[in-house]
Design a protein around this ligand. Structure first.
Ligand code: ATP
Ligand code: MN
Length: 465
């Protein structure tokens, strides 16, 4: 019986001294000792740590394989696990067979032992997952996705697949990517306008900015639902927390008001951070050491502390009294900018902040109007270093009020006929929010640029990888 391949994570966790293992992976480094053997550090992506392989000079393939096992090669090694006398690892694999699967020319391989800048690594998106940082990001994204599904599944939420291509514009705003098969060299026109009846769908279509409206449909049938999928924004914002394509988690709950919505958001964040501490320890320790050495402490504190809760009006008052200048003037009715968000959670409260009851002018039409007629039942969750990580609201469930709000905001009710009908047929209070998955991963890893927490970042002018 031939030996099955073992993953390095498993060998490091529960490998038996004296047992034979076969591993496949990529060479991180090799050192040749004068004493007649070589150390090969091999990584297979299953965990952050490498497995140290010892290859003796008397192996028949020492010259042809071992000495050609340069950084970046893919390699197969069969050997016996032994306790390691050296520092830095408990076990090592004493090689019996070493075989190069895919060679590397060390003179041209871009990833060398030295630490490369994140900017440089973004130009080699096909190789950066082979670095410690990007391997760790990929494993954390995977584990946190699982945590999110587990959180909702444990609570009886139904996972809904909402469309990527949509004929409606979620917030009545621009900033969407158009989807078309029209020939851009010969656009069909009718009365001087683009004739969308000739387009693939017979009408304009876009990439979705949110699955919310469709999730509402399902919440008003299935109760508690959530989506977790890609969303797209064509806004030209080149910041460290905006992508043109990002992943969003969007729960939507029937018979749930703003209070219940805030409670779910806080529970979800705490659950996910605790999960990261419990399940991603090795990778977190790495980020704590090399990226941000207050990371683990911050995650632990966020799990323990209450989130600070305040209204928009209270937030504006606190900002107005701050003893420091802001670029954007502070006044009631303004949008809370990133500098304000950070002041609130990093200086004023030093913990995550939930702001509710925003002025209706700065929020979309679907948010439920408060009795004051001026504010809506919106909530944003802000965290230190990132700012807004969640945006949500109780939805307007009263037909007349919704219609009024649409007219006020110059939206055509015809375009939302089905959305209005949901308020006509068995309407119910309901609430939901959107959690930006990449901002969540930024918070968990401490990485400051959102381009480094998604495998293939899409930003203005950047789609080649
Ligand atoms: P911001 O004000 O930060 O641009 P937003 O208010 O436009 O965000 P929402 O429409 O409320 O964002 O989206 C819900 C969540 O999705 C946000 O709280 C954020 O975590 C995330 N998000 C929004 N836009 C982006 C983006 N361009 N890239 C990455 N994540 C985003
Ligand atoms: Mn928002």
């Amino acid at each position: 019986m031939s030996l099955q391949r073992s993953k390095i994570a498993k060998i490091l966790r529960e490998g038996k001294i004296g047992a034979r293992y076969k591993v496949m992976g990529w060479v991180r480094t090799r050192r040749d000792s004068k004493a007649g053997f070589s150390f090969i550090e091999i990584n297979d992506g299953s965990c952050l740590n490498n497995l140290q392989v010892i290859a003796e000079k008397d192996l028949p393939e020492y010259e042809t394989e071992v000495l050609k096992a340069h950084t970046g090669c893919s390699l197969r090694v069969v050997g016996v696990l032994a306790e390691s006398p050296g520092k830095g690892q408990n076990v090592e694999l004493r090689a019996q067979e070493v075989k190069i699967i895919g060679p590397v020319d060390p003179l041209v391989y871009p990833l060398q032992k030295k630490r490369h800048s994140f900017e440089f690594l973004r130009t080699i998106a096909h190789l950066r997952p082979r670095t410690n940082t990007f391997g760790a990001v990929a494993r954390i994204r995977n584990s946190i996705s699982y945590a999110i599904h587990t959180f909702f599944q444990e609570r009886g939420f139904i996972y809904i697949h909402t469309p990527i291509i949509t004929g409606n514009d979620c917030e009545g705003a621009g900033e969407m990517f158009q989807v078309t098969t029209l020939d851009l060299e010969a656009i069909p026109k009718k009365d001087g306008q683009v004739d969308f009846s000739m387009d693939f769908f017979g009408q304009p279509a876009n990439l979705t900015v949110s699955g919310q409206l469709e999730a509402e449909i399902y919440a008003l049938a299935l109760g508690d639902v959530y989506t977790f999928g890609p969303t797209f924004r064509a806004e030209n914002s080149n910041t460290s927390r905006h992508l043109a394509e990002f992943w969003m988690v969007e729960p939507e709950m029937a018979f749930c008001d703003l209070e219940g919505n805030v409670a779910l958001a806080v529970d979800l964040l705490k659950y996910v951070f605790q999960w990261a501490l419990d399940h991603c320890q090795e990778d977190l320790v790495f980020f704590n050491r090399f990226v941000d050495n207050t990371l683990v402490q911050r995650l632990e504190k966020v799990v323990e502390d209450d989130f600070q809760r305040l209204t928009y009006t209270e937030a504006v008052n606190i900002l107005a009294e701050a003893d420091r200048p802001f670029e954007f003037p502070v006044e009631w009715g303004m949008d809370i900018q990133s500098e304000h968000e950070r002041y609130l959670c990093e200086e004023a409260f030093q913990k995550p902040v939930v702001i509710v009851d925003y002025p209706k002018q700065i929020k979309p039409f679907y948010m439920k109007l408060n009795e004051d007629g001026k504010t809506v039942r919106a909530m944003d969750v802000l965290v230190p270093r990132i700012g807004e990580i969640i945006g949500g609201s109780e939805r307007e469930d009263r037909y007349d009020v919704l219609l009024e709000r649409m007219k006020e905001m110059q939206l055509d009710p015809e375009d939302y006929w089905w959305y209005l009908e949901l308020r006509k047929f068995g309407s119910a209070p309901h609430s939901g929010f959107g959690l930006g998955f990449e901002r969540l991963i930024q918070f968990i890893t401490g990485l400051s640029n959102i381009r480094d927490v998604i495998p293939f970042p899409r930003t203005p002018g950047n789609v080649s990888f």
